[in-house]
Design a protein around this ligand. Sequence first.
Ligand SMILES: Cc1cc2nc3c(=O)[nH]c(=O)nc-3n(C[C@H](O)[C@H](O)[C@H](O)COP(=O)(O)OP(=O)(O)OC[C@H]3O[C@@H](n4cnc5c(N)ncnc54)[C@H](O)[C@@H]3O)c2cc1C
Length: 333
Amino acid sequence: MVQRRTGFAVSWQTLSPILGIFRVQPAAGGRFPDYEAGQYIALRREDCALTRRVTGADGRTRYVPDVDASGRQRRGPVSHAYSISSAPYETAQEGFLEFYVVRETDEDGRPGRLTESLFRIEPGKDDEIVYFDRIAGDFTLAKRAAGFPHVLMVASGSGLAPFVSMIKQLHFEAGRGPGDPARYTLLHGNRTAEELAYHRDLETIAAAGRLDFTYLATVSRPASSGHDPSLGRGRVSNVLRLLLGLPLKEEEDLEAAAEKGEGVETARAALVRAVRPALPAGAGADALRERLAPARTVVMTCGNASAMSDVQRAAQARGIRFEKEDWKPTLYP
Ligand SMILES: Cc1cc2nc3c(=O)[nH]c(=O)nc-3n(C[C@H](O)[C@H](O)[C@H](O)COP(=O)(O)OP(=O)(O)OC[C@H]3O[C@@H](n4cnc5c(N)ncnc54)[C@H](O)[C@@H]3O)c2cc1C
């Protein structure tokens, strides 16, 4: 059985009410296992507000607060996996692991058990985090992208975590040796500019030119005035569609609804609401399309489930090899 060990959050950065970045150090004398960029580790907090499973009269399963006889919600440990956003060289040099997390909310607006607790972290006060002493996962360049001259990384929200680890590590290694001959393109989407974690780091790596690396960021809720032209507009999968010369997801959905004769009004309203995708100013569309040649490209994606499934649809439409990181919940003891 994997050992549980005590660690401490040594920093917490709030990007928005629902997105944060934090670093964990093992307790004195400890050391995290070695890892490859793209892997994950399980974290646990002891004081999470617990839920229980109920099945409604309609047969639907939901999770509701688990309350005791006095009506107080029970508290206890919850463990989940988190992709590591630090690069292996940073951990080797400084000992921390870094994470980029989104605060979970269910369809009834109730907070996720572990992320509610994580977002209460205060370094130096409420900062204990237990970690499982094993780093695992096969969402690595060696396992998913070997042999491809071009790797296209498409990240939605905190799905950037494995990719930022990969790019930082490649940049570091390129500074010490011959460098990686493959081309890398990273497309990251979030709602607002503030939520685009690691934006400056990634811009700096792209500008340094040690790697053949292109970085594009897009926001799905662009400011109505003063939108930063160096950012794209629209959801990340629609920006990918724009690059691949495909219709918007909402246009395809409307066409499918019209064919079926069902849900046409809903699909039309979604299309009206959709932010039309646009590339960042100065991003050369022709050069980007040349990079994306389907036979030479593997698309790796991570993030929210609907964005990943749309990236898959787009990749399949163009015959591009598709790889994803599934953030399916796993049970930890
Ligand atoms: C390999 C991997 C890597 C990941 N990396 C990241 C990352 O880098 N960043 C990130 O933000 N997230 C990541 N995740 C997601 C993360 O593991 C958690 O699932 C997420 O943070 C939500 O946790 P939570 O406890 O707040 O939500 P939960 O309370 O677990 O709620 C999430 C859903 O689980 C269900 N649920 C609620 N209560 C229960 C219960 N008692 N039993 C069973 N199911 C229940 C409900 O459907 C709910 O909507 C990763 C997941 C995996 C598998």
